[in-house]
Design a protein around this ligand. Structure first.
Ligand SMILES: [Zn+2]
Length: 199
């Protein structure tokens, strides 16, 4: 799989939480790299690739320009809600409305499944356009994160210039990745300031 992640090769490893919350991964498709700003959803082809890699659509699904624009808008709105949660503030009305529109657009149907080890919840995607259904799933994922027990762990990387968001694996964690932590320590070291602050 890693070899397929060509656009990500220059970015640090995925921050904690992205593996479980696709909404967090969506927010982090826009980031600053040493080479400059990076956007993983620049056009429909990049969007197809990202959605398929996240398992939100089948490979070969085609996204149109309007859906790409809606996904980017949802990304902005989710970041607004996550940052508001971090700050203990109210998000903008627009961010909340945007996420609620996505929630209502193509909701799946709850069903009861029965796996080898017993009953399990199943969500059947809404019939119709698979990309619309994927956008709704991303909004649901964000709503689940914000209203679930892990909401208090949402954090923005404290490294200067880094905007990635993650879930704190422990209370003192401040960086999205070791790379950011090391970069900040190196900067402190070279600027002659005390380098003995806790990481
Ligand atoms: Zn970072």
């Amino acid at each position: 799989m890693r070899g397929m992640d060509a656009p990500q090769h220059a970015s640090p490893p995925s921050p904690p939480g992205e593996d479980r919350f696709s909404s967090l991964a969506l927010v982090n498709t826009e980031l600053n790299l040493p080479s400059g700003p990076y956007d993983g959803l620049t056009d429909p082809a990049a969007t197809d690739d990202w959605l398929a890699r996240k398992g939100l659509v089948d490979h070969g699904t085609r996204t149109d320009a309007r859906q790409t624009a809606r996904l980017r808008d949802l990304r902005t709105a989710l970041r607004g809600l996550f940052e508001a949660r971090v700050a203990g503030a109210r998000p903008t009305r627009e961010s909340l409305d945007r996420v609620n529109e996505a929630l209502a657009a193509a909701p799946g149907t709850r069903a009861l499944g029965w796996a080898a080890d017993g009953p399990c919840p199943v969500v059947r995607p809404a019939p119709g356009d698979p990309v619309d259904a994927a956008l709704t799933r991303l909004a649901e994922d964000g709503a689940d994160l914000l209203t679930g027990p892990e909401a208090r762990k949402i954090a923005t990387c404290a490294a200067p210039g880094c905007t990635r968001m993650f879930l704190r694996s422990h209370a003192a964690r401040r960086w999205c990745s070791d790379r950011c932590g090391n970069r900040v320590r190196a900067t402190r070291h070279y600027s002659g300031r005390k380098a003995d602050a806790p990481s």
